[in-house]
Design a protein around this ligand. Structure first.
Ligand SMILES: [Zn+2]
Length: 46
């Protein structure tokens, strides 16, 4: 599962990825960046 890290400004492997539902009821996947540890979010189911 890949996501785009805003801090690293590159695609990274999402660690600890888990499925969430955003405020607009769209499914998304949220996890942490392996490089900097900040949150990475990806639209769509994981
Ligand atoms: Zn990062």
């Amino acid at each position: 599962m890949h996501g785009y890290c805003m801090r690293c400004r590159k695609k990274v492997d999402i660690q600890h990825a888990k499925a969430i539902v955003m405020k607009n009821n769209k499914p998304a996947t949220m996890g942490t960046c392996p490089s900097c540890g900040c949150k990475v979010c990806r639209i769509g189911k994981g």
